[in-house]
Design a binder for this molecule. Structure first.
Ligand code: BTN
Length: 255
């Protein structure tokens, strides 16, 4: 990819002194690499992008697979000490969607959607120094489809940024999102999810729709609550879903 590392560093360093942007041709996973570095004691703010990942990681133990050039894969690692971590992936999604396109939607808790198809995903992991509780080192991994991957075997074919930004080069997309992403994470560290709630709800792909949770519950999605939990009207009342182990999808038919 055309690499704008210098411009990314110039945009982000005022917010994160000591920040460095790095591109590697191939790695197992940019998240795994920044977690390894953190566990080895290297906790400087870093944006690590990869042309290709051989073992990209997704949420819930899934993978993130893409051929070289088909998706933009990067991780931002930085020391972070929010009072409450809940809602961070939603805040990151808000920052990415707002920086990329007005028509991008967010699917709780960590997906970017376009026209009901997944365009990107976020995977957040954290590491701590043995003795210290705070700050932890947060690794915020982002995968964005640049062009349509083969859709065979998937019930919903994925979306890609070339539908929305046909002439944008991957390096320009990274430059476009880097500073807004860091701004959002720093704002989250101070204010938590509150400044992002209405912005998430404005782009919530599920709001008002019949949904099914992976634990079997069904209902109507009602946006994100104060701490970023998914609110779902169920027959048993309003459920607040915050477990990272629960996933949600639109119901095919009504509730
Ligand atoms: C998901 O949709 O489940 C989250 C996918 C996150 C993928 C990105 S690609 C860059 C970073 N490195 C990884 O191994 N995963 C994240």
């Amino acid at each position: 990819m055309t690499w704008n590392g210098g411009a990314i560093e110039a945009a982000v360093t005022p917010l994160l002194p000591g920040f460095a942007a790095e591109l590697v041709a191939e790695i197992d996973s940019t998240n795994a690499e920044l977690m390894r570095r953190a566990r080895a004691g290297f906790m400087a703010p870093t944006l690590l992008a990869a042309e290709r990942q051989t073992a990209g990681r997704g949420r819930l133990g899934r993978g993130w697979h893409s051929a070289a050039g088909d998706s933009l894969t990067f991780s931002l690692g930085l020391p972070l000490a929010p009072a409450d971590w809940s809602g961070l992936s939603l805040a990151v999604g808000v920052a990415l969607a707002e920086a990329l396109h007005p028509r991008l939607a967010l699917k709780w808790p960590n997906d970017l959607w376009f026209e009901d198809r997944k365009l990107g995903g976020i995977l957040i992991e954290t590491a701590s120094l043995a003795a210290a509780q705070a700050p932890r080192y947060a690794v915020i991994g982002v995968g964005l489809n640049l062009r349509p991957p083969p859709g065979e075997g998937l019930s919903t074919p994925p979306a890609a940024l070339d539908e929305l930004l046909p002439s944008a080069a991957p390096g320009d997309i990274l430059l476009r999102v880097a500073r807004p992403l860091v701004e959002a994470v720093k704002a989250f560290e101070i204010h938590g999810f509150a400044p992002f709630r209405s912005r998430f709800n404005a782009r919530d792909a599920l709001r008002g729709r019949a949904v099914v949770l992976s634990d079997g519950r069904e209902g109507t999605a009602a946006g994100a609550g104060e701490s970023g939990a998914l609110l779902v009207h169920t027959a048993a009342g309003m459920a607040s879903v915050s477990s990272a182990e629960v996933s949600v999808r639109p119901a095919v038919n009504g509730p």
